[in-house]
Design a protein around this ligand. Structure first.
Ligand code: UDP
Length: 357
């Protein structure tokens, strides 16, 4: 069977890397990879293809940087053309970006079945572009690969068990990736060396970066943590860097350029704590036994909160500072295998084959 995979953003390259690997080991599935170009910088895109051994995209679009509507619309047009030319049996999309939605919608309108990896996740915050993308993508998919039991329950609550679709709990492909690449993790190059104890941060969600008060609260908290608790290492998303400058805010922490996945795993493993508004990083902290302070008001990964591994603190300066002080160096344990234990990609390929029979 012929699968056309649509990717476009950093977390999708990481997720697709392990599934593509499992596909290559199967003699029943042939994959064509389409990269929309949503993320295009060397350190936001190509580095992941090189480090993680993802096959070079067969189709490369160049769509990025515009408004949500324009980006998604242009993707729809060009993905449709690629589908007409390639005629796949199925389209596979990952996560919750504009590339996810455009891929799913283009395929569904052409009556090509859609598999959604990371289906069923909800923040219940419709102001997040990701929430809109994931809800709509689930609606037009017929194979919904869910990472957690919460995701399955969310789909049930929305009536998916009454529909002619398969909602399957396969586990989390990000755990597969973390396990697969952990031994290859490597120290990011730095002329200055790394502090023995540091807090690792990332910041890129629109709800934080596009709201001046939230961004200012987080920047102040990072500066205070850096000077009073422990050095903060911040691989900064290019969008966030631009917005911090535009807002005239001053960041006094150890800012570095975004790093590859192997370097990121190294940083997580050597950190005392992770603070982030990233979805993926909340789980990676957990996979490597680190507590996480999440700079958001909701999370899709509620089991981490229930397990006491993650604390949601929003964007309030004092709240962030106190949570970091409370959690620094705290170890967490995955005693219940919340994310499936690293076999999600294999399961996905088996289910793809089964659905095609
Ligand atoms: N990541 C990376 N380098 C960085 C920052 C993040 O490799 O400089 C990885 C991170 O480890 C995780 C993924 O990118 O696997 C998360 O992507 P992001 O935070 O952009 O998206 P989200 O998970 O929030 O959708």
């Amino acid at each position: 069977m012929k699968i056309l995979t649509v990717v476009g953003a950093r977390p999708q390259f990481i997720k697709a890397s392990v599934v593509s690997r499992a596909i290559q080991q199967s003699d029943q599935v042939e994959e064509t990879i389409l990269h929309t170009g949503q993320h295009f910088d060397e350190n936001m895109s190509d580095i992941f293809f090189n480090q993680l051994g993802i096959p070079k995209p067969d189709i490369r679009l160049d769509i990025h940087g515009s408004s949500h509507g324009e980006m998604t619309g242009r993707m729809l047009i060009e993905i449709e053309q690629a589908l007409i030319a390639n005629r796949p049996d199925r389209v596979m999309v990952y996560g919750d970006t504009n590339s996810t939605l455009a891929g799913a919608l283009a395929a569904a309108k052409m009556h090509i079945p859609v598999a959604h990896v990371e289906a069923g996740l909800r923040s219940f915050n419709m102001r997040m572009p990701e929430e809109i993308n994931r809800i709509l993508t689930d609606q037009v998919s017929d194979l919904l690969f869910c990472p957690t039991s919460t995701a399955i329950q969310n789909l049930r609550n929305e009536g998916f068990d009454q529909k002619n679709v398969d909602c399957i709990q396969v586990g989390d492909v990000m755990q597969d990736a973390a396990l697969m690449f952990a031994r290859k993790s490597m120290c990011p190059q730095s002329s200055e060396g790394w502090p023995e104890k540091f807090v690792l941060g990332t910041l890129h969600r629109a709800e934080n970066t596009d709201d001046r008060a939230r961004l200012a609260g987080i920047v102040q908290a990072l500066n205070r943590i850096h000077s009073e608790i422990a050095p903060v290492v911040l691989p900064l998303h290019p969008r966030t860097r631009k917005l911090i400058q535009q807002q005239g805010l001053e960041l006094n922490v150890r800012v570095i350029d975004p790093v590859g996945y192997l370097e990121m795993i190294w940083l997580i493993r050597h950190s005392e704590l992770v603070m982030t508004d990233s979805g993926g990083l909340q789980k990676e902290a957990f996979f490597f036994g680190k507590a996480c302070v999440t700079l958001r008001d909701q999370t899709e990964w509620v089991e981490l909160i229930e397990a006491g591994a993650n604390e949601l603190v929003g964007a309030d300066q004092r709240g962030i500072f106190d949570a970091v002080a409370r959690n620094l160096g705290r170890e967490v344990r995955d005693t219940e295998h919340l994310y499936g234990g690293g076999e999600a990609s294999q399961r996905i390929v088996e289910e793809l084959v089964k659905a095609h029979l």
